[in-house]
Every structure is written in C-alpha cells, then in structure tokens.
Design a protein around this ligand. Structure first.
Ligand code: SF4
Length: 281
C-alpha cells in the first residue's frame, strides 16, 4: 500500500496563528473565553479548552475577562458589544479574513452593493457581512441567486468566502455579470485554500482511494471532498482514524490523504498509522 500525503494537508497559517495566539494568551491572561469554536475542529477545540479557555455562545458581563476572537473573525457589532461589556479583546482573526473585511468595507464606501459568495450561515460570511452598514447579498449556490434583487443592482462589489471553490464562484460570477452593468470582483479565496484545491484536482485521479480528514463543520474540508468525490468515487471524508473501514482498502494499492485547514497533525498521523495497520494484515 502506497500512502501519498498531500503537501498542503492540515493546518493553514491562519489556523496555526489563531491556535498559537490562544495558547499564548491563556498563559498570561485568565479567565479567557472564546465565542463559539476558535476553529472548526473538535480536537483543536478540546485542546484549547484543556488549556483553560472556556467556550461561550453569548457575551455576558466582561469586566476582568478576556475574549478571544476566532480565526473566522466576527462582526463589528459583536466586537463593539464585547468592548462595551468590558472584555479585553484578543483578536485571532486570520489576516486573510481581515483583508476581506477591509475590501468589503471599501466597496461599500465607494457605493457598490456588496455581494458575498459564500455559505450564508458560516461564521466567516456572517463576520464579513457584519462589517457593513448596509445589507450584503449572500449567494451560496448558482441555483440560489436572487435574480429579482440582482436585476435591480447597477454596481456590485463581489467578495468571496476564503474557502470557496473557485469553479463554483466563477459560474456564479458569470450570471451576475449578465445582469449587473458594473461588477467589481475580488477573488478573496485565500492562498492555502487555492493550493489545497489545486492538489485535490489531481490526487483522486492518481490514487485508488482518497481519504479527506476534517470536521464535518469545516467548510474547507467540505469543499475538498466535493472536488474529490466526482473524480474518484472511492473518496471518503472522515474526522478521525477510527472511521476508516477495512473494506475501503481492499484492492487499493495506493491511498491519497489530505486534510482540511483546521485538522491537526496528530489526527493525520493517526489516520496514516491506522491505514498502515490495516494494510499489513
Ligand atoms: S483557510 Fe485561509 S482564510 Fe481561513 S484561516 Fe486558513 S489561511 Fe485564513
């Protein structure tokens, strides 16, 4: 059994940075809280919680407390509320997400209707929309383009959730360009996502079996799986080594492995060890 691990498998720099900030902060400041999950991976969240950071789902009185803003960022109003409530805020938002915030804000200021191509309920998309004074239009899929609204727009500024699939984005963009006279498009898919997506366009074709590791809550892992599956039907999306079934490995001579941007190295190593153990029977 040949095991081929994608070069880009696992943490991107944004996730690595957020975890480092979280772990450093809890050495010096306590009590410390994170609003929701710092990144979309259960193992990482457990690690952060073990280090002493408590997860909360809503803000309360913040005097004497530190609040960590997660890698996906948050809306302006959440940040303002946290400061008003007295929290000391430590911002672990990925710089690439901050850049999208900045671009969206500039587009709005210049009079463009901001359109975000991304998953409506994803924290990152909510955070981008939450930088604006006006309401952004959020489009997740080609079939969900709100044509009636779109036809009324004269100038649109478009940004993209950092982990979207470029091919889908370009299809949506084509339709928007048909109806909107002036379109300013910013491809804000981040570099780590682009590299991962490029790799996954060839790996499923070069391996008998493809394993994609990441939480079911991870948008970028979902995207990787969606690209892999049509290329190789023996593609599986798992969150941990114990989900691997022996039957998947029958007759497979090579297995390609990749992992989402918030999947820790320890999980990737466990998967490799389990594949080695099964294939050596
Ligand atoms: S996937 Fe991209 S935008 Fe998201 S945390 Fe990683 S580098 Fe930042």
């Amino acid at each position: 059994m040949k095991i081929n691990l994608a070069k880009s498998a696992g943490f991107c720099f944004g996730v690595r940075k957020a975890i480092t900030i979280a772990l450093q902060t809890c050495k010096t400041k306590k009590p410390i809280f994170m609003l929701g999950d710092i990144v979309h991976n259960e193992e990482v969240v457990r690690q952060i919680q073990r280090a002493g950071i408590k997860k909360i789902n809503r803000l309360s009185k913040g005097k004497g407390k530190t609040l960590l803003i997660r890698a996906h960022g948050c809306s302006k109003s959440t940040l303002q509320k946290a400061l008003k409530l007295g929290y000391t805020v430590i911002d672990a938002t990925c710089p690439m997400v901050k850049e999208i915030h900045k671009i969206a804000g500039q587009l709005e200021e210049s009079g463009y209707q901001v359109i975000i191509i991304g998953d409506k309920l994803h924290d990152e998309v909510q955070g981008i929309a939450g930088q604006l004074n006006s309401k952004a239009i959020i489009i997740d899929k080609l079939k969900n383009i709100p044509l009636a609204k779109i036809k009324k727009i004269k100038r649109a500024g478009i940004v993209v959730q950092s982990t979207q699939n470029l091919d889908n984005v370009l299809k949506i963009l084509d339709v928007l360009r048909k109806y909107i006279p002036q379109v300013k498009f910013h491809n804000t898919i981040c570099k780590p996502t682009r590299i991962k997506q490029d790799e996954i366009k060839s790996m499923p074709l070069e391996n008998d079996l493809m394993i994609i590791i990441g939480s079911k809550t991870s948008a970028n892992t979902k995207r990787i799986y969606e690209i892999a599956k049509p290329l190789n039907k023996n593609s599986y999306w798992i969150n941990s080594a114990k989900e691997i079934q022996k039957s998947w490995l029958e007759n497979a001579l090579s297995v390609g492995i990749t992992a989402g941007a918030s999947t820790p190295e320890s999980t990737i190593n466990e998967v490799i060890q389990r594949i080695k153990a099964i294939s050596s029977y």
